[in-house]
Design a protein around this ligand. Structure first.
Ligand SMILES: Nc1ncnc2c1ncn2[C@@H]1O[C@H](COP(=O)(O)OP(=O)(O)O)[C@@H](O)[C@H]1O
Ligand SMILES: [Mg+2]
Length: 297
């Protein structure tokens, strides 16, 4: 039998800054696989040469969404792509939160404004303020929170996004985010490890696209209720092959109930540098999937 070849899919930025990337490559190579880091948008990559392509640090995808989704569809035709292209497409637009809510998953209360919709200032009034964010975004870009008295600023932010033809998510600001947003990592459908990160939108009224997206990381042991919410979210996914990896981001609402902030199936940072066992689980899952494709060919 030959050697399984794996592409760990990244970006120009990921090649430099993704600290998990060398760990995953080393883990796969130690198992005898051929593993390479490949930027998704790099020229003249023959994706069909790989048995498996695993999307990881494609951090520039949100700026080039159509191109990226086309790349995912095209690549999935010539190799096995994880996560599956259909899930990647579905997950690229945060409007999936409403779909999951419709299937009974507890999510951050969310109203979506589409370009052309009226922007009623009354909708932006909330006792603890609101968060305005684009439906397509990563790393808190073009995202801000507004204190209760600043509805005019919040409306102006939303209008500016709508004028760019972007759908807008409007949510109450969950104050308990200060106690930490939970990031539960699942590998091959099973819970692997979790971290807690600090508040990202520390300064109200400010759009700052250079914010640290994962401040003050600490290990986290999820409460049973957090696992229940995370599992409910994963079970409510649209029919598709199961995701190889998932990060379920959870916040606590004002009652302390865990609610889904984001379900990350495209390029979540999995914090593998913080956990040898988590790294091992991811490497194992990738190796098994790649070997299966090698044998199937
Ligand atoms: N409704 C909210 N209440 C409190 N904080 C929020 C809310 N929405 C977003 N945030 C903060 O902004 C960050 C980025 O928002 P998120 O929805 O996770 O989008 P992304 O990570 O894709 O930029 C979150 O990690 C959280 O710290
Ligand atoms: Mg997030």
């Amino acid at each position: 039998m030959g050697t399984a070849r794996v592409a760990i899919v990244t970006s120009d930025m990921g090649l430099i800054h993704d600290i998990d990337l060398p760990l995953v490559l080393a883990g796969l190579r130690a198992r005898g696989l051929e593993a390479e880091a490949v930027a998704w948008a790099a020229d003249s990559v023959v994706w069909g040469d790989y048995h498996l392509a695993v999307i990881r640090s494609t951090w520039d995808y949100a700026d080039r969404l159509d191109e990226f989704l086309t790349w995912a569809d095209t690549t999935a035709r010539v190799t096995h792509l994880a996560n599956p292209a259909s899930l990647v497409r579905w997950n690229s637009d945060k409007r999936y939160l409403l779909e999951l809510a419709g299937r009974g998953v507890p999510v951050v209360p969310t109203r979506v404004l589409e370009p052309g919709d009226p922007c009623d200032e009354g909708d932006f009034a909330h006792p603890h303020g609101v968060v305005v964010k684009p439906a397509v975004s990563v790393a808190a870009r073009d995202t801000a929170r507004y204190e209760p008295g600043r509805t005019t600023d919040a409306v102006a932010h939303a209008r500016a996004l709508l004028a760019q033809g972007r759908a807008v998510m409007l949510q109450p600001y969950l104050r308990r985010i200060a106690e930490g947003e939970r990031a539960l990592v699942f590998v091959g459908g099973s819970f692997s490890h979790a971290l807690r990160k600090g508040e990202v939108l520390t300064e109200p009224g400010v759009i700052d696209n250079s914010r640290e997206p994962h401040p003050d990381l600490v290990q986290h042991r999820p409460a049973e209720a957090e696992l229940v919410t995370a599992t409910a979210a994963l079970e409510a996914l649209p029919a598709a092959p199961a995701p190889l990896y998932a990060r379920v981001d959870i916040a606590l609402d004002d009652t302390g109930a865990p609610v889904l902030m984001e379900l990350e199936l495209i390029e979540p940072y999995l914090f593998l540098h913080t956990t040898a066992s988590g790294l091992e689980r991811l490497v194992e899952a990738v190796a098994v999937a790649a070997q299966a494709r090698l044998t199937a060919r």
